[in-house]
Design a protein around this ligand. Structure first.
Ligand code: ARG
Length: 559
């Protein structure tokens, strides 16, 4: 049962919507006051009455039942206490029954959500800037699927543009097959970087010609392009595996080559296209935005043109309820323009396009970020974090089996968690030391807590939940935290904010550890208490594992 929903349904307050009530209903930090509390200060403004009198009215009208044991108005708050035994029975029963599906729902049945994320660029570095889009998008993808939606993961590859002409030219002049095969993406990137610093006028001209050849279907140019693309995808594929990332579609910008002309026609027909200094634009001045560039003066399409075609294609193909673009906030204007143009084209679904913007990630360890003026490759950050994780684990537990495997889960997990723990729009500075701190608000802290639970369960054996156990405060606080998981997952989907799940994990792990240190589990005072605590330990482990799976982070059994 969802206690919040249960309570909200039973509150009626004239002039205030259920939604507002739901938004205000909270969990007070100290459960001695109540398990849930409703502050009435916000309603006081709308109703022009004192919060104290509103709280009193709500409390006296509320009908207590077997679920809610007390309702008390205190200084403008209404405090609700639930029947503790009932909540415990219900929550632990449900977790045991649902197992790795605990937290899931069929809320999204028959509803499709497209998620454009990671969207790497062919022949360019897969760098630290792609971390957030990949981690956030991957988490949202799993969260929506877990809630019964059909999530469509789309990697909108950056595989279109004059840079590929440049790359072919550079390869022809300086490259050779063996080196590129061997060096893969790094070799390709080096060629591209070299072109940008050394290319002559002549090579620039040649590059434009190669790009034209790719466009016109020339075999040699396309073979080279496909080769570079294949090498890039093989490379990023390995990183996606490490990060547990999947896509349903790799339809990138190039895919829309033949789908842009109809968009241009439609813009023309609808009187939206204007000429401006030889280029074709959609004027967005009335909306306070710079014009959206559709065709360059040489007739070439732009990033926005392809995004217009892509949005229309996705709507036709997937009939999405929402299409999310998990892209850095630097592209705010781009998406506002694209969404506005679609709206002006009369696409009523333009309102369902959402730019899920996030902040920048930089490394505390600045030395690495500008290594020879080069970008920081995500792979290097992962490797480095895994290396450091191995060291930390070695110090903590030299006898640990499968060290490499555990270090991979801990190190990669720390990088993912670093990108997911804060509200997504915040700029963050990643620090290896902080991310690998066993006592911090970190993934390794949560993983270590899970390993502790695993070990307790291995020692304690299987236990049956006692029917009529009266939980103490630590036990109850932990169960209550676990009971909030389904709601947390839903909120994370609704707000496109996986950090809610990440924070839930840290909060729950902290509550578990409080319970672990304050209550004897294996040497409990009674058989009943021992059985209860083992069941609670197992339920915590199930819930944390489910949460970490949603975030894309592994949980080692031993650490
Ligand atoms: N490839 C782009 C970049 O790295 C991101 C693409 C985002 N998706 C989109 N539909 N525009 O900047």
């Amino acid at each position: 049962m969802d206690y919040k929903v249960y309570i909200v349904e039973r509150i009626s307050l004239e002039g205030v919507s259920k939604e507002e009530i739901a938004q205000n209903l909270c969990v007070p930090p100290d459960s001695a006051l109540g398990d849930f509390a409703l502050p009435c200060f916000k309603f006081s403004k709308t109703l022009r009455r004192s919060p104290v009198s509103i709280a009193e009215e709500i409390a006296s009208a509320f009908e207590k039942d077997a679920v809610i044991s007390s309702v008390t108005p205190v200084n403008g708050y209404v405090n609700f206490k639930v029947d503790r035994k009932g909540l415990v029975r219900e929550t632990l029963g449900r977790i045991a029954k649902e197992g790795d599906r605990y937290g899931s729902s069929d809320l999204g049945k028959g509803r499709t959500i497209c998620i454009d994320y990671s969207s790497v660029n062919i022949a360019k570095p897969f760098h630290i800037g792609h971390l957030s889009t990949t981690a956030l998008g991957g988490a949202l993808y799993r969260i929506f699927n877990f809630l019964g939606y059909k999530a469509v993961g789309i990697n909108h590859l950056g595989d279109y543009g004059t840079q590929f002409g440049k790359l072919i030219s550079a390869y022809k002049h300086w490259g050779n097959k063996e080196e590129v095969e061997k060096g893969g993406i790094h070799a390709i990137n080096d060629l591209y970087v070299r072109f940008n610093s050394e290319a002559t006028e002549e090579m620039e001209r040649e590059a434009r010609e190669y790009f034209r050849l790719i466009e016109s279907g020339d075999k040699e140019a396309n073979d080279l392009f496909e080769w570079f693309k294949g090498l890039t995808l093989a490379y990023v594929g390995k990183i996606y595996d490490r990060l547990h990332i999947k896509f349903d579609s790799y339809a990138g910008e190039r895919f829309y080559t033949d789908k842009m002309q109809p968009v241009v026609e439609e813009l023309k027909e609808k009187g939206l296209l204007q000429e401006s200094q030889g280029a074709m634009i959609v004027d967005l001045e009335p909306y306070g935005m710079a014009p959206c560039l559709i065709l360059r003066s040489d007739g070439a399409s732009l990033y926005a043109t392809r995004d217009l075609a892509a949005a229309i294609y996705r709507k036709q193909t997937y009939d999405f309820e929402k299409c999310l673009y998990v892209v850095a906030y630097q592209q705010n204007l781009h998406f506002r323009q694209v969404f506005k143009v679609l709206e002006l084209m009369g696409k009523d679904w333009a309102k369902d396009l959402v730019h899920v913007a996030y902040g920048m990630v930089s490394l505390e360890d600045g030395a690495m970020s500008t290594r020879q003026g080069k970008v920081v490759w995500l792979e290097d950050v992962l490797s480095r974090c895994v290396e450091k994780a191995a060291k930390v684990l070695e110090e903590k537990n030299p006898a640990l089996e499968n060290k490499a495997e555990v270090a991979e889960k801990v190190g990669v997990g720390a990088v993912i968690f670093g990108a997911l723990y804060n509200n997504k729009i915040k700029d963050i500075t990643f620090s290896y030391e902080k991310a690998l701190n066993f006592d911090g608000e970190t993934s390794v802290y949560v993983q270590y807590t899970c390993a502790r639970a695993y070990s307790l369960l291995a020692k304690g054996g299987k236990a049956e939940l006692p029917a009529n156990y009266e939980p103490n405060t630590q036990e109850f606080d932990l169960v209550k935290a676990l009971s909030e998981f389904p709601e947390t997952v839903r909120a994370a989907a609704e707000k496109y904010e996986p950090s809610l799940v990440a924070r839930f994990c840290v909060d729950t792990a902290q509550k578990f550890n409080k319970f672990y240190f304050d209550c004897k589990i294996l040497q409990a005072e009674s058989d009943e208490a021992r059985a209860f605590r083992l069941c609670l330990t197992e339920a915590t482990l199930t819930t944390l594992k489910n949460a970490f799976t949603l975030l894309g982070i592994g949980v080692p059994e031993k650490m």
